[in-house]
Design a protein around this ligand. Structure first.
Ligand code: PLP
Length: 384
């Protein structure tokens, strides 16, 4: 499947058959009403859906714009990631797989995969750079408590991209009994489409809740974009409406190479992790280093569907700096009693900026992708 010119399956020969098998099992899973109702039960009674649409009582009072939050931060595990890991783990189990493979940087996706594996009785192996393991001791402890094996990767820079290589190599050797559970709407086909589908529950609920609670659809929705899964899940059910779709990328310390993670604002077309998309790279195609105060947005690529939505003019993407995200983090905490993830604080900051230019009575929905307890160390450690 392609999204305009983006997407595709740029994978080594040895992975083509497992990817094709996955595409076929997913096609049956989608049509299987038993599978869909099992997923719905898990999302409801295990993960905590549906999440509230909360109209901020205090924020935006000055601007006169209604700002509502789609509260993915209230889900089990504290972020939207569980929508995807439960979906893929159930798909794997129903396809006869007994083991999940994942890779993780900061550890959030590893923890969400370990939860899904535990509840569905699948074994889980998480590949993690040795450097990241040192930095993220608490998430390593969580994964192990949840029954996962955390395998350190010491090759290369011993961080996320080395863990991705290891996980893919492992999948190539074990695909018969294992599923590679990718953490965002990135990677070779069919991953971007299936992750989008599992996250689209966000936008579907938002659509109905907006009509039920506010009597209208919002003028705009805003979501942060790392790989882009919470954003694509927010956007896709609204594609055929007049709602403005706005993604907030990591503007980091500024827009010089190495200082940000803004693949759509500053990238060029290229292949990353098996898909043709917008990539932060130099003139020779070497992937650039990236920076963001939030680990979840610190990624040199973006889901291919976002690249296409940008090109066709259906979605807009803006940059939010580390400093703006930290101000929004503090503001939402103080005004509404909600401590957002630093990733989500990028979306809040973009919404506040947008509100300044909107008419009184306008309505914005921000997808609050996760909660911020995990980020207190960064804030207190001088990130502010
Ligand atoms: C992982 C994460 C993100 C980034 O992932 P996307 O695929 O871009 O949604 C954003 N927010 C939170 C809270 C996360 O944990």
């Amino acid at each position: 499947m392609r999204f305009g010119e983006y997407g595709g399956r740029y994978a080594p020969e040895i992975l083509i058959a497992p990817l094709q098998e996955l595409a076929e099992s997913y096609a049956s899973f989608r049509e299987d009403s038993g599978a869909q109702s099992e997923l719905e039960t898990l999302l409801t009674s295990y993960a905590g859906r549906e999440t509230p649409l909360y109209r901020c009582r205090n924020l935006g009072r000055e601007t006169g714009v209604r700002i509502c939050l789609k509260r993915e931060d209230l889900l089990h595990g504290g972020a939207h990631k569980i929508n995807n890991t439960l979906g893929q783990a159930l798909l794997a189990k129903r396809s006869g797989k007994v083991r999940l493979i994942a890779e993780t940087g900061a550890g959030q996706h590893g923890v969400a995969t370990a939860m899904a594996g535990a509840v569905l009785g699948l074994s889980v192996e998480v590949f993690m750079g040795a450097v990241d393991i040192g930095r993220q001791a608490l998430n390593v402890a969580r994964m192990e408590l949840l029954g996962a094996t955390v395998t350190p990767v010491s090759s290369g820079s011993a961080t996320l991209s080395d863990a991705v290589d290891c996980a893919l190599r492992n999948w190539a050797a074990t695909a018969e009994n294992s599923h590679y559970l990718i953490g965002s709407c990135v990677g070779p086909d069919p991953f971007p489409g299936l992750v989008r589908d599992f996250q689209s529950v966000i936008g579907r609920e938002l659509y109905h809740q907006s009509l039920a609670l506010e009597g209208r659809l919002p003028d705009a929705v805003v979501a942060c974009v790392g790989g882009g899964s919470n954003a694509i899940g927010t956007f896709v059910p609204l594609l055929d409406t007049p709602v403005r779709l706005i993604g907030a990328e990591a503007g980091g310390r500024g827009l010089s190479p190495g200082d940000h993670g803004a693949s759509l604002s500053c990238g060029t077309p290229g292949v990353l992790h098996g898909a043709f998309t917008q990539v932060l790279q130099d003139a020779e195609g070497m992937i650039s280093p990236t920076h963001s105060i939030s680990a979840g947005l610190d990624y040199p690529g973006v889901g291919p569907e976002h690249a296409n939505l940008r090109d066709i003019g259906r979605a807009e993407y803006v940059c939010v700096s580390d400093a703006e995200a930290v101000s929004a983090f503090r503001l939402l905490s103080k005004k509404e009693g909600i401590i957002p993830a630093l990733e989500s604080a990028h979306a809040v900051a973009a919404a506040l900026r947008l509100a300044e230019d909107m008419d009184r009575g306008s309505m914005i929905v921000v997808t609050l992708s996760g909660r911020g307890d995990k980020d207190l160390g960064t804030i207190l450690g001088g990130g502010a």
